[in-house]
Design a protein. Structure first.
Length: 343
């Protein structure tokens, strides 16, 4: 196994942005391990992706109990990488995990009970070989569990030292306000919200979530900023072998229809006129205006991470560019997480 030495220039080009009103700075681009960190990729590829991220100044790695496949295997793989490559760098990393979606069979294997959240956090720590995660999230809103119980579990997870900060994911503005108030009362502030958001999935704008979070002083990490790869040039000339669309998973063929490809072609022209790739412009777009703290990308190759990190070179848009993007890109039926935010 080749020995990894992080690049000495890793902090030179990445931008670090304050997470809400907290003391924590997050990189403008973060890396998530939802896909390509289970049995769908080799361990060497996983290592190369994480190394490329850290070398590019990406200090934040986002996981969840169920990432794989099989569930749990992404945390196991990342645990290995922490030992072989990132040993000695724990204090330079922000590592998050979550519980909320189905992890194991039976009544204690999903949603937001204290029973599930605390056991799941312990299992995540074990898989990653960690004493604590930096952020632990309620992965989705649970309509059948009192919010006091779910937030109480997050509070206990933080107080017991299993996590440094608490977060919520895919909660709408109203639920966010309720959750944040409970956490505040308990004395554990909510650090961050993790919503899906990109040019083709704009529920946060309709909901007013960005303003809600600014108002509450809570940071945000927008997941799927590339719409699972749709907001890149990847699908403009057919479907490349090995791409997410070929894998029969979360990116479904009906999402990548002819009309949206036409729009993406137009978006690509705007990106080119800005001297950016489309992936870079899509990331810059979610970060525009400063309300979103960080864009949470995924990657199947190290080169993709490097390209995405390069988005920080141009995060500014003219009003004309924004209007041209809006004329091309509107809401598509791609929000797989709507059930949580609509509850
Ligand atoms: N809280 C939640 O409920 C939730 C839900 C979903 C995701 N997330 C988090 O968000 C993270 C990101 O999700 P995501 O992977 O769907 O994000 P994404 O960044 O929208 O899509 C990532 C995919 O885009 C393609 N890609 C990335 N960079 C590229 C580049 N430079 N050029 C061409 N293609 C590129 C790759 O597809 P190919 O594989 O085709 O190469 C990659 O797998 C997850 O890992 C997870 O941490 C959270």
């Amino acid at each position: 196994m080749t020995r990894y030495m992080p690049s000495p220039t890793r902090y030179d080009t990445m931008a670090y942005r304050r997470c809400g009103a907290s003391g924590l700075l997050l990189p403008a681009v973060s890396l998530g391990l939802w896909h390509n960190f289970g049995e769908d990729a080799t361990h060497e590829t996983k290592r190369a992706i994480c190394q490329a991220a850290f070398d590019a100044g990406i200090t934040h790695f986002d996981l969840a109990n169920n990432y794989g496949p099989p569930p749990g295997s992404a945390e196991e793989a990342f645990g290995q990488i922490l030992k072989t490559d990132f040993a000695g760098y724990r204090d330079e990393l922000i590592i998050s995990s979550k519980a909320g979606y189905r992890m194991h069979p039976g009544p204690y294997g999903e949603y937001g009970s204290r029973k599930y959240l605390i056991a799941s956090c312990d299992a995540s720590l074990k898989r990653m070989g960690l004493d604590y995660v930096d952020i632990f999230y309620s992965h989705r809103f649970d309509p059948d569990t009192p919010l006091e119980e779910t937030m109480g579990a997050l509070d206990q997870i933080v107080r017991s030292g299993r996590a440094l900060y608490a977060g919520i994911s895919s909660y709408n503005s109203q639920r966010t306000r309720e959750a944040v108030a409970i956490l505040k009362e308990l004395g554990t502030p909510c650090l961050i919200h993790q919503p899906s958001y990109n040019m083709l999935n704009r529920w946060v704008e309709k909901d007013g979530l960005k303003d809600t979070l600014s108002d509450l002083g809570i940071g945000s990490i927008a997941f799927t900023p590339l719409a699972q790869g749709m907001l890149t040039t990847k699908y403009l000339n057919g479907v490349p072998e090995g791409s997410r669309l070929t894998k029969g998973k979360s990116l479904r063929p009906e999402m990548v229809h002819e009309d949206v490809i036409k729009s993406i072609r137009g978006l690509n022209e705007i990106a080119e006129s800005r001297g950016q790739t489309l992936a870079q412009m899509a990331i810059a777009w979610v970060l525009r205006g400063g309300q979103i703290t960080t864009a949470l990308i995924g990657a199947s190759k190290p080169g993709q991470v490097v390209e995405c990190a390069g988005a920080v070179a141009n995060l500014d848009f003219t009003a004309e560019e924004l209007a041209a993007i809006d004329a091309l890109a509107s809401e598509e039926a791609i929000n797989l997480w709507a059930r949580s935010s609509e509850a």
